[in-house]
Design a protein around this ligand. Structure first.
Ligand SMILES: C[S@@+](CC[C@H](N)C(=O)[O-])C[C@H]1O[C@@H](n2cnc3c(N)ncnc32)[C@H](O)[C@@H]1O
Length: 315
């Protein structure tokens, strides 16, 4: 009762009416209007507010069945606050606190890159290539763990796999660990199979693996490294709110991570092993030519927008 009294009389109490109010708030964000995202994001914010109250994930269909017409004052208040924040430009995932990646909900925040749909192509390519080769990988390396999506999705699919992953940011390492615990569970079959190593500075790439005292050569390396070159390559909303260490390559060499991988991969990956990396489509040819020196089979896979996105190097 107390909660109900706190809600002003003119707040919408009906689900459809509330959705309309949220849409009209989001309609003041020109970027959302231009991209045609007002309706979908309004619904996502409303469902996220409801999930926070329930403390559990629900599908869109279940949301509408459960709420029918009425919705609680707390959800009304929270969703309107969310809508205001979104209209002011705060990223949707920073408001809801999560992003879904290949069926799992990952906690995200300002300390990590929000998982992108293009990166699903990287993961799916890895799975396809392992299957084609009839391989069940047992040891994988990742450079630039972020929220943990790549290593965690692989660990969720291969029960005998161990991943050793590097990450520069302390807060990102802690967040990835939380995602691993939640998604994989706490025992040896789960998150214990993810070992997270610190990169001490942005120009360290192989050094964390080198410091590891007992790392055998791995079956593969997977990485979505920072690869952007300038602010012009991303929306203002993104470069204002996502970590620059995740977005931008070192300014002195835009291909830094790719060059580093080419130069030392054979020390850390066993003969016949694989390298899978996300690439910026504008520089895919240049990156591909860097890897020609490895005398391996090289393939570039396109993303859903038919842009070059994933580099696969097979020895
Ligand atoms: C593009 S994000 C990718 C994150 C995640 N793997 C994904 O696909 O969403 C790159 C990540 O690399 C981290 N990073 C940047 N420089 C690094 C370095 N030298 N060594 C390890 N990680 C680094 C960033 O902090 C960021 O989390």
């Amino acid at each position: 009762m107390r909660e109900r009294e706190q809600v002003p009389q003119d707040f919408p109490q009906d689900c459809q009416e509330l959705l309309q109010t949220i849409k009209s708030i989001l309609g003041t964000h020109l970027g959302l209007v231009k991209k045609g995202l007002v309706s979908t994001e309004a619904e996502q914010l409303l469902i996220a507010s409801y999930q926070m109250e329930k403390g559990e994930k629900i599908s869109r269909l279940n949301f509408y069945t459960q709420t029918k017409k009425k919705i609680s004052p707390q959800v009304v208040k929270r969703s309107l606050q969310f809508a205001q924040l979104r209209a002011q430009g705060k990223l949707l995932q920073h408001i809801t606190g999560f992003q879904t990646f290949l069926g799992h909900d990952y906690e995200v925040g300002p300390e990590v890159l929000i998982p992108r749909p293009e990166t699903e192509v990287l993961l799916e390519t890895a799975l396809k290539v392992f299957e084609e080769q009839g391989r069940v990988p047992t040891l994988g390396l990742e450079i630039g763990l972020g929220s943990g999506i790549l290593s965690i999705e692989l660990l969720a699919r291969y029960s005998r796999l161990k991943m050793v992953a590097t990450e520069l940011q302390f807060e990102a390492r802690a967040l990835a660990q939380r995602n691993a615990l939640r998604i994989l569970g706490e025992d040896a079959q789960g998150s214990l199979r993810l070992e997270i190593l610190a990169a001490n500075q942005s120009l360290e790439v192989w050094e964390p693996f080198e410091r590891h005292q007992s790392l055998p050569r791995a079956d593969f390396l997977i990485s979505n490294p920072p690869y952007l070159g300038s602010l012009a390559e991303v929306d203002e909303e993104v470069w204002h709110q996502e970590p620059w260490e995740a977005l931008f390559a070192p300014p002195e060499d835009i291909l830094f991570f790719y060059r580093q991988v080419v130069s030392r991969a054979s020390e850390f990956i066993q003969p016949g092993g694989m390298i899978l990396m996300e690439v910026p489509h504008e520089r895919a040819d240049e990156i591909k030519s860097l890897f020609l020196g490895l005398k391996a089979h090289i393939e570039v896979v396109k993303d859903l927008n038919q842009r070059d996105r994933v580099l696969v190097v097979r020895a």
